[in-house]
Write a protein that binds this ligand. Sequence first.
Ligand SMILES: NC(=O)c1ccc[n+]([C@@H]2O[C@H](COP(=O)([O-])OP(=O)(O)OC[C@H]3O[C@@H](n4cnc5c(N)ncnc54)[C@H](O)[C@@H]3O)[C@@H](O)[C@H]2O)c1
Length: 340
Amino acid sequence: MDFSFWTGEQVVVCHDRSVGLRAVIAIDDTTLGPALGGVRYRPYADAEAAIREAQRLASAMTRKNAAAGLPFGGGKAVIVDDGPVADRAALMKAFGAFVARCAGAYLPGVDMGTTPADLALMGEAGATVSCHEEDPSPWTALGVSAAIHAAVRHVDGNGTLEGVSVLVQGAGHVGASLARLVADSGARVLVSDIDADRAQRVADEVAGSVVAPDAVSTTACDVYAPCAIARVVNEQSIDALACRIIAGAANDTLADATYAGRLADRGITYVPDFVANAGGVIHIHALRAGSGQDWLRAEVLAIGERVSLVLGAAEPGVKTPLDAAEDLARAHLGRAAVAG
Ligand SMILES: NC(=O)c1ccc[n+]([C@@H]2O[C@H](COP(=O)([O-])OP(=O)(O)OC[C@H]3O[C@@H](n4cnc5c(N)ncnc54)[C@H](O)[C@@H]3O)[C@@H](O)[C@H]2O)c1
């Protein structure tokens, strides 16, 4: 029997027939605190696909929160989008009731397909939630922008984005905000989204151009910023990628950890997703701790320093940036385990 995907501390499979809810809550690790991670709402081919995605994303959250030095463990939930629902509010409340049963072990936030209003509804059903008051996406985008600056500095020796082409895949909450930030820093922006109108709108706003969704992996650019779905670096795309740097917001960018080595062999600098996209969780921590905007901005921009550290610790043929980032996360987890 294959138990390889039986990872993490706890998986809760939820079903409420009355509202048409099917969902999975994956609690990967609570060593550092409650398992913080967003709720993703999208279609899945089958139950196994939904469970595995929740587990993989939850494990990435453990590394993200640990690498950022935050007092959170890692968790994630997925709600299966099974077509139009009669009452979205009832669906979100039903999900919130399942989260409440976890008694604080899982702390949900927004992710693809969910909004701060959805999180507020989960809170009404008794769950302790995050992101219900403010959307963390602009902070995630600021952190990714800092990561891109640091990666360009590492590769080219200077941190200016003047004339650098950045392909933003996914013009949603994070992607649209990131497109504006990098355009303001002088980058030439390419935008792609399966929603063609949205891609065009954002491209127009930043005087950029649109790339068709199926042309993303073959489009030449300096920086490829995945800000949509998971596992975009996969067997179909890896050999075709025509970028020099990958740094984006999408969680779980690599279909397999071994792709980190293959990207390095191809001379593509990969910024581990969980280091680049920590701005949102830093924002959540700041709100819960009552820290001010100055502290928050400084902490989010410090993602750039962490990226420099990780890329600097990588050695061709010996250690990938992913290995270096995992070392960083393990160091925090290890210290907490010893202290605990
Ligand atoms: N929102 C945050 O603060 C945050 C924090 C960390 C990580 N992330 C990750 O960043 C990614 C984007 O998050 P978001 O909040 O902007 O989501 P969003 O739902 O607002 O936007 C996602 C966008 O991607 C588009 N899209 C979907 N599939 C696509 C495809 N195959 N090709 C091109 N575009 C596609 C959608 O149409 C949508 O416009 C997600 O992977 C999420 O997990 C988000």
